[in-house]
Design a protein around this ligand. Structure first.
Ligand code: BES
Ligand code: MN
Ligand code: MN
Length: 462
């Protein structure tokens, strides 16, 4: 591709500043207090797509936050790439753990980002990565090098389960017709070890409520004589894993895809430094399912984790009380062939079964989605691989990720096309955490690599 590097060099400061402006708008989808900011962000994304050369851009309202759609169709006989991303972000809390305010972006150097990284909520997940596509588009249209048709679908509800996007996709098959879907909302191994994500885990997210006595009780007068919902909940949760850290829910593993020895050996070739991993998290040892490596535990194996647990008195000082109710939020990460609705049902049945007399249990499913895997012999993967070879000087390693983007399997089901996950974040970029950041190197490398994907995908499609 002609002069992509010089284009980036020339416009680098503006590219960074535009992203910083976008990061200043707090588009927290989960919290209705930010509804207007979410809308403002959608409008900013719309304007950016118009400026990048899309010839039709619209804001599509939904029952929740809107979807921004844009396209440039140059020739019906050429392939069409559908770019998906999200402009919503996770809530910033706990705010006091941020070194700088989450919506006042700053650039700082870190060990892994010696060229600097932008610190702000959404910097990596996903405003920064989504905006790489907008800037790559700008480059291709202004230099007359757009080789194919492109459609953008940027949603505002990814972090809350993409429920309204699913409805939109089902109702708009023709409009969204494409030959490949391209997403940058994942990570890569390291800045000198490029990788392409070939799998995402599925998800089942539930909330449980354990109710004991009909009111809070004095823990001296009643303690020991009635079931304490918090004690019971802790016991029930602890029983969900056995001594090998296998999940004990009957039927949970029945459909889990088992990888062959060869596939596992291939996976084990990806560079991984256990000491650096432990050091970065300040832990003495890793922990997980017996018989699997750390990389396997967080990608090809299903898991169950408590994401939050509460009940009783948690204020200052001490209050002697047996609470009437205890709660927990639990996520299960799923692997190919596990069906999230079936797993949710298995969980519910099991959790109700293990509750002792003296408490009642209510399991409320939140959201979920299927896992995803993509082959490496497709035109899309080959095009991505060639693009990374050009910009990183190395063949990227295929790698399954532990995270979830549930809408990806729905895309396959509804639009019948495969997704290529070209993510440029690092695991250490602290997405969903305080001090989220995105490397300037990664941002610019993304902008450089994306147009090459377009070029190779178009060439290989001939
Ligand atoms: N971009 C992430 C998912 C991700 C991150 C995948 C890094 C692979 C590597 C996405 O925004 C996300 O956070 N997904 C949620 C699920 C969603 C339904 C809330 C997740 O994985 O927890
Ligand atoms: Mn994301
Ligand atoms: Mn996210």
């Amino acid at each position: 591709m002609n002069n992509i590097q010089s284009y980036i060099k020339e416009h680098k400061t503006r590219f960074i500043n535009e992203l910083i402006e976008l990061l200043k708008i707090p588009s927290v989808s989960a919290d209705s207090a930010y509804k207007n900011d979410v809308l403002k962000t959608a409008e900013a994304v719309k304007t950016s797509l118009e400026n990048a050369g899309c010839n039709h851009v619209e804001i599509c309202p939904t029952q929740g936050h809107p979807i921004v759609y844009g396209e440039k169709v140059i020739d019906k006989n050429l392939p069409t790439i559908l770019v998906y991303g999200h402009y919503d972000v996770q809530p910033p809390d706990p705010i006091n753990l941020w070194d700088s305010p989450p919506f006042e972006p700053v650039i700082k150097k870190t060990d892994l980002h010696p060229e600097g990284a932008i610190f702000a909520r959404g910097a990596c997940d996903d405003k920064g990565q989504m905006y790489m596509h907008v800037k790559a588009m700008e480059f291709m249209t202004t230099t007359n090098q757009l080789p194919c048709n492109v459609k953008f679908m940027i949603e505002g509800e990814e972090e809350i389960g993409s429920v309204n996007l699913a409805t939109y996709v089902k109702a708009n098959h023709d409009k969204l017709k494409n030959d490949v879907i391209l997403i940058s909302d994942t990570g890569m191994i390291a800045n000198d070890v490029p990788s392409i994500t070939t799998g995402l885990r599925g998800l089942s997210y539930v909330e449980v409520e354990v109710t004991g006595p009909n009111r809070d009780l004095h823990s001296g007068l009643y303690g020991g004589a009635v079931a304490n919902p918090i004690n019971i909940l802790a016991k029930m949760i602890a029983s969900l894993h056995d001594e090998n850290n296998h999940i004990t829910i009957p039927g949970f593993y029945d459909k889990v895809e088992e990888l062959s020895k060869e596939e596992r050996a291939e996976m084990a070739k990806a560079p991984f430094n256990l000491d650096a991993y432990k050091k970065a998290l300040n832990i003495e040892a890793v922990y997980g399912e017996t018989g699997y490596s750390t990389n396997e535990r967080n990608s090809i194996r299903p898991t169950l984790d408590v994401n939050g647990i509460w009940g009783g008195y948690t204020g200052e000082g001490a209050k002697t009380v047996i609470a009437s109710k205890a709660y927990a939020k639990i996520s299960m990460r799923l692997v190919p062939n596990q069906d999230w609705e079936e797993i949710t049902q298995l969980f519910k049945t099991h959790f109700e079964n293990i509750a002792p007399k003296g408490v009642t249990v209510n399991v409320k499913p939140h959201h979920g989605g299927q896992g995803y895997v993509t082959p490496i012999d497709s035109i899309g993967y080959q095009a991505a691989s060639k693009a990374y070879q050009d910009t990183f000087g190395k063949t990227p390693i295929p790698q399954r990720s532990g995270g979830s983007i549930p809408i990806v399997s729905l895309f396959e089901q509804e639009l019948k096309s495969k997704t290529i996950l070209m993510g440029f974040g690092l695991d250490s970029d602290a997405i969903h955490s305080p001090n989220e950041h995105f490397g300037i190197f990664n941002y610019l490398k993304g902008i450089e690599t994306i147009p090459l994907f377009y070029k190779y995908f178009t060439e290989l499609s001939k």
